[in-house]
Design a protein around this ligand. Structure first.
Ligand code: GRG
Length: 345
């Protein structure tokens, strides 16, 4: 079995079979959902009862999220604008944020349907940020999710506007399509707005731009990722609990879980930038080092970056303690699954 050169310590899970070498870009989602069961490897037998088919869970949730996104945004005039919005929104992403919202809602005993519009809104905001991030004036990337970036397919002007339109529609959809007590909806919309705006995702992007070409330390790097990536994950997870009617303490626990998961995604992303090919990534590989960007592997080395990922998995699991063990399974395995992405060629 070919592994990426990152050496993860033993208490992150081992996947039991190797992904097929015939995986193609045509199905990027399949690449992220290897046909395996996640099995905790250490302690060797203690987690036998914790077998969980995350592949099936993620695929099923993503399928329902995709259907909900498709229904939410039918093609209509102005057609080229809606086509540009749909092009990126329905492209094959992992749907980590909406799944986070749905799983957090179910964790506190809520029904998926109460959280679905807010889950879709989180994905719309995420996709808007990807479209804008890829623009020549920001990160200048031509490939996203294995396809030409939005500005390559539709032109720069349309990409800016498609991102703006998706951003507006996210709040409209969360507010108008949710059948849940209005105080929950209002709170979720406020959560998403705060996570995205000038003290959230946008702040992270600004920090990123300001640090371009500079050597930064671990603290600054973490600050960038906590805003650029983790804020929306925090909000997605917190919103799930809010929509499910969870208690305040539960909202805060899931917020912390989302924060850790966001950092974990970024550490893993940095590792994969070094260890994977453009075809495997569905975006330009080695771009971070080519641009002189500071990354976890650059600051710490690959092995230590792998250990950071391992520690983050542990922290994510800590935040889930005290919840119903069965209901917490998807979220427990989601953290392990993200850490595992870095392991496979
Ligand atoms: C205009 C309000 C406003 C905000 C935009 C451009 C920008 C500000 C922020 C950039 C944010 C960004 C692109 C962060 C990277 C987040 C990240 C880890 C992306 C990859 O997420 P995955 O792995 O990707 O979940 P998929 O494709 O699977 O969804």
């Amino acid at each position: 079995m070919a592994y990426a050169s990152v050496c993860f310590p033993m208490n992150v899970p081992v996947m039991t079979t190797c992904p097929s070498p015939s995986w193609s870009l045509a199905s990027r989602r399949r690449r992220f959902l290897p046909a395996v069961r996640c099995v905790s490897s250490v302690p060797k037998v203690a987690d036998e009862a914790d077998l969980f088919d995350l592949k099936q869970y993620m695929a099923e949730k993503a399928r329902r999220v995709d259907a909900a996104l498709d229904r939410a945004l039918p093609l209509r005039p102005p057609e080229r604008l809606f086509a540009a919005m749909r092009y990126s929104l329905l492209s094959p992403g992992k749907r980590v944020r909406p799944v986070l919202t749905l799983a957090a809602c179910e964790l506190v005993g809520g029904d998926e349907s109460a959280a679905m519009p807010v889950a879709c809104a989180a994905e719309m905001i995420h996709v808007m940020s990807l479209i804008h991030d890829d623009l020549p004036c920001i990160d200048n990337d031509d490939v996203r999710r294995g396809r030409p970036a939005n500005h390559v397919a539709f032109g720069e002007g349309f990409a800016v506007l498609a991102g703006d339109a998706l951003h507006c529609f996210a709040y409209e959809h969360a507010a108008a399509a949710t059948r849940a007590p209005p105080d929950r909806v209002l709170r979720a919309v406020a959560e998403l707005g705060r996570a995205t705006g000038a003290e959230g995702l946008l702040a992270g992007q600004i920090m990123d731009i300001e640090c371009e070409g500079k050597e930064v330390g671990l603290e600054v790097l973490e600050g960038i990722h906590l805003h650029k990536t983790a804020k929306l994950m925090e909000a997605a997870a917190a919103c799930g609990v809010i929509m499910g009617g969870g208690r305040e303490e539960e909202v805060e626990r899931l917020r912390r879980y989302g924060r850790v998961l966001g950092l974990l995604c970024q550490v893993v992303d940095d590792i994969m930038d070094v260890t994977k090919t453009t075809e495997e990534l569905g975006k330009t590989a080695g771009k971070d080092s080519a641009c002189g960007k500071t990354t976890y592997p650059k600051l710490l080395g690959l092995e230590a970056a792998g250990r950071v990922a391992e520690e983050l998995v542990g922290k994510a699991e800590e935040e889930l303690q005290g919840f119903d063990r069965n209901r917490a399974r998807p979220l427990r395995h989601l953290a392990r699954y993200i850490a595992n992405l870095a392991r496979y060629n």
